[in-house]
Design a protein around this ligand. Structure first.
Ligand code: ZN
Length: 267
């Protein structure tokens, strides 16, 4: 969730910029930044839609934003239980415990709480103890599962035991190279030279190094950029793109061509 520390916290990111073409060549990042970018992959779709659509500079994600809005305004009588709306609009991240350790966590989903039957005798009778992570779920006995309990967290010391420093998804002691299209590699002279060669650099005089301090807003923009752009670092940090729906171009032809060669032809 976007905790109070998360709102204030910043991390630094070193960028190698191609001044002539106004583009980011690569970022030199430590595990803090790489872990944050990797955490995008753990987010449920409902969370991504909420984060992208409910911000001061919202973007529409295809039809998913409309789908999300539709569930938001759905009458409760149409839902199986009251909790279903919460499950769809505020889904839990399966890696919630890991993501809590990120230096900047833009996921504003409330931390998971656990509820058991309001009837103590009933919750003791149920084998294994019936519980839910959403309020307003009905117990087998007919009463509501609305008594909040504390669960012991097993992960508190787990990472320290691993001995890999501060990292969440990646080892905390390694320097990484992140390309403009978010390819992540270990930082070494060889990987840098290979990248510069791939990008066609002959004259290094247009290269400039700059260090940025980035916060939650930039990470949120980067999430947007990762959805709508193949050059998110350039778009977010140099061109300050808004990633509006109108600005997106879909490569329909390529997609159709690749489909027609397979078994799922549109024809
Ligand atoms: Zn019960």
């Amino acid at each position: 969730m976007a905790s109070s520390q998360g709102l204030q916290q910043t991390i630094s990111l070193k960028l190698l910029i191609d001044k002539e073409n106004n583009r980011v060549v690569m970022a030199e990042a430590d595990s803090d930044f790489v872990d944050i970018v990797f955490s995008f992959l753990t987010m449920p779709m409902g969370t991504i839609v909420r984060l992208i659509s409910k911000q001061p500079h919202p973007a529409i994600i295809g039809s998913l934003t409309s789908l999300y809005d539709c569930v938001e305004s759905l009458e409760e009588q149409l839902l199986h239980t009251k909790a279903c709306k919460s499950m769809l609009l505020h889904p839990r991240n399966p890696c919630e415990n890991e993501c809590k350790k990120l230096k900047l966590n833009i996921d504003d989903t409330e931390p998971t709480k656990y509820y058991i039957c309001s009837d103590w005798n009933c919750s003791r009778r149920e084998s294994g103890g019936l519980y839910t992570t959403f309020m307003n779920v009905r117990c087998n006995c007919g009463k509501m599962l609305d008594k909040q309990i504390c669960m012991v967290k097993e992960d508190a010391g787990a990472r320290a035991e691993g001995g890999d420093g501060r990292g969440v998804f990646v080892c905390g002691t390694i320097k990484f190279m992140v390309t403009d299209e978010l390819q992540v590699k270990t930082m070494s002279p060889a990987t840098i030279v290979t990248l510069l060669h791939k990008l066609g650099f002959k004259d290094m005089s247009s290269l400039q190094e700059t260090t940025l301090s980035i916060g939650s807003e930039e990470i949120l923009n980067l999430l947007k950029g990762s959805l709508f752009s193949k050059t998110p670092l350039t778009d977010v940090f140099l061109r300050k793109q808004g990633f509006t729906y109108e600005g997106i171009k879909f490569e329909t032809e390529d997609a159709v061509q690749s489909k027609t060669s397979g078994s799922t032809s549109f024809k």
